[in-house]
Design a protein around this ligand. Structure first.
Ligand SMILES: NC(=O)c1ccc[n+]([C@@H]2O[C@H](COP(=O)([O-])OP(=O)(O)OC[C@H]3O[C@@H](n4cnc5c(N)ncnc54)[C@H](O)[C@@H]3O)[C@@H](O)[C@H]2O)c1
Length: 387
C-alpha cells in the first residue's frame, strides 16, 4: 500500500515508517521537525541524538535495502499538504503530527496557542486533503486515553449508549481531561466525527496510553535508527523517565500519592496496532475508536518495578513522592475496556522484568548523556506558568 506517515520524525513515527517499509509498503515520511525545535527551545533534547529524517532514511536503506521517502513539510500548510496528497494519493494516512507534550501546552499562552493551532489545523488539513484528493484513503489518527480522563465509571471504547427518560442514543464517550494538549485531542476527535458523519470519510481514532521502549527490530539495526528517547519532564513519558532516573541515580519522581493509573503499551505494540488499523480499516462513514494499551499500572507499581529490577542490576534505585505539578486525581477508579485491538489480532508484549532490564541496559550505554537538570518538573499546572 501507499502509506503516508505524518509526524514521521517522532518517537513513534520513525519506527512506524521503518516497519511499514520493511513489510513491503511504499512509505512517504513527513515531518517539519517541530518537536526537535520545541525540545531545543525548552532545553529538553532527547537522550540519543537522532540524525535528521533524510539521513535516517539513508542509513536504514543502506542497512536493510528498504526505502522510505522523506518530505519536510508543515501539515498546517494546507497548500503543500494537499499538493502532496494529489501527487502521492495515499491509501492510508497515519497521523502522528501533533504537539504531544501536556506540560509544554501548560507553559504560557504562546505554547498553549501553538499546541491548539498546530494540532487542530494539522487534523483539519488532513481531513480536507483526503476529501479532495484521496477519498478512499483510510485515516488512522493517534488520540490518547487521556481524552477520557479518570471518570468514576468504566471507560468504554469511544462510545457510550445513554438511556434518558425512556429513550436511547449512542454518544461519544464523555471526555473530561486534565491538560490543554489532551483537550486538543478531544477537539480532534470531535472534528473527525463531524466529517465522518457528514461527508462519510473512514477514520480510526486510537486512544493510546503512554508508550515505553526504545527498540524495535528495525531500530536495532543501528543506534542511529533508534526512536527519539525523551526523559525530561516536558516531553518524556513516565516509564522512559523512570528508566533514565534509575540509571542516573536520581530518585524516581512519583508525582503525589502515586496511585494515578494509566494504560501502557510497548512501542512495538503501538506499531502493530497501527498496522492492524490500516489493514482492517474503518468503513466509509465510520469513526472507529479503539483503546490502545495492553495493561494498566499505577505510578507506584511502575516505580516499584523499575526499582526492583534496577536494584537487581546493582543500580541502587530509590523512589521520591514529590509535590504533584499537575492538577489530577492521585487515587481514583480506573477500568478502561481494551478488547477491540486484541480482537483484530494484537498479541501484546507485556512488561516483564527482563524487558525492564533490557531497556535499562540500553539507557546505561548512554548514561554520560543524561542531563540531571531536566528531571524535576519545570512546569506547574496550578499557576499555569513555568516555575
Ligand atoms: N508517545 C506516547 O506515549 C503517546 C501516547 C498517546 C498518544 N500519543 C500521540 O501519538 C502521536 C505521536 O506521538 P510521539 O510520542 O511520537 O510524539 P513526537 O513529538 O515524538 O512526534 C510527533 C512528530 O510530529 C511532528 N509534527 C508536529 N506537528 C507537525 C506539523 N504541523 N507538521 C509536520 N510534522 C509535525 C513533530 O515534529 C514530531 O516529529 C501524537 O499525536 C501523540 O499525541 C503519543
Amino acid at each position: 500500500m501507499r502509506i503516508l506517515i505524518l509526524g514521521a520524525d517522532g518517537y513513534l513515527g520513525w519506527p512506524t515508517a521503518m516497519y511499514f517499509a520493511a513489510n513491503g509498503h511504499e512509505v512517504l515520511a513527513v515531518d517539519n521537525y517541530l518537536r526537535r525545535r520545541l525540545a531545543r527551545e525548552t532545553m529538553s533534547e532527547a537522550l540519543l541524538e537522532a540524525p535528521n529524517l533524510q539521513r535516517r532514511a539513508e542509513i536504514f536503506q543502506s542497512l536493510s535495502g528498504h526505502h522510505v521517502d522523506v518530505e519536510i513539510l508543515d501539515c498546517t500548510d494546507y497548500r503543500r499538504l494537499s499538493q502532496l496528497f494529489e501527487q502521492f494519493k495515499p491509501e492510508a494516512a497515519i497521523h502522528y503530527a501533533e504537539q504531544p507534550a501536556a506540560p509544554y501546552g501548560m507553559l504560557k499562552w504562546s505554547e498553549a496557542s501553538l499546541t491548539l493551532n498546530n494540532n487542530l489545523n494539522a487534523t483539519l488539513n488532513l481531513i480536507w486533503a483526503v476529501m479532495e484528493h484521496a477519498p478512499e484513503c483510510r485515516i488512522v489518527k493517534l488520540g490518547t486515553m487521556g481524552e477520557y480522563g479518570t471518570p468514576n465509571i468504566d471507560i468504554e471504547e469511544g462510545w457510550l449508549e445513554v438511556e434518558h427518560k425512556g429513550r436511547k442514543q449512542k454518544f461519544l464517550y464523555p471526555r473530561q481531561t486534565g491538560s490543554l494538549y489532551h483537550t486538543t485531542k478531544i477537539l480532534d476527535t470531535d472534528l473527525l466525527w463531524f466529517y465522518v458523519r457528514t461527508f462519510g470519510i473512514a477514520v480510526t481514532d486510537l486512544m493510546q496510553g503512554p508508550v515505553y521502549g526504545i527498540t524495535t527490530p528495525e531500530a536495532d539495526l543501528d543506534d542511529a535508527l533508534l526512536p527519539n528517547f525523551h526523559y525530561d519532564d516536558i516531553f518524556g513519558t513516565v516509564l522512559n523517565r523512570f528508566l533514565v532516573q534509575a540509571v542516573a541515580g536520581i530518585p524516581l519522581t512519583v508525582y503525589g500519592k502515586g496511585e494515578q493509573s494509566r494504560g501502557f503499551l510497548d512501542i512495538r505494540d503501538t506499531i502493530r496496532c497501527v498496522e492492524l488499523s490500516v489493514l482492517s480499516p474503518a468503513e466509509p462513514g465510520q469513526l472507529r475508536i479503539m483503546n490502545q494499551f495492553t495493561e494498566t499500572f499505577s505510578m507506584n507499581k511502575l516505580a516499584n518495578r523499575v526499582q526492583r529490577v534496577g536494584n537487581g542490576m546493582g543500580l541502587n534505585v530509590s523512589i521520591d513522592h514529590i509535590d504533584n505539578p499537575r492538577k489530577e486525581p492521585e487515587d481514583h477508579y480506573y477500568n478502561p475496556a481494551h478488547t477491540a485491538l486484541l480482537d483484530l489480532g494484537l498479541d501484546p508484549h507485556y512488561l516483564t522484568d527482563e524487558g525492564v532490564a533490557t531497556m535499562l541496559e540500553k539507557v546505561l550505554e548512554y548514561r554520560d548523556r543524561i542531563d540531571r537538570t531536566r528531571i524535576l518538573p519545570r512546569v506547574r499546572w496550578k499557576q499555569g506558568l513555568s516555575s
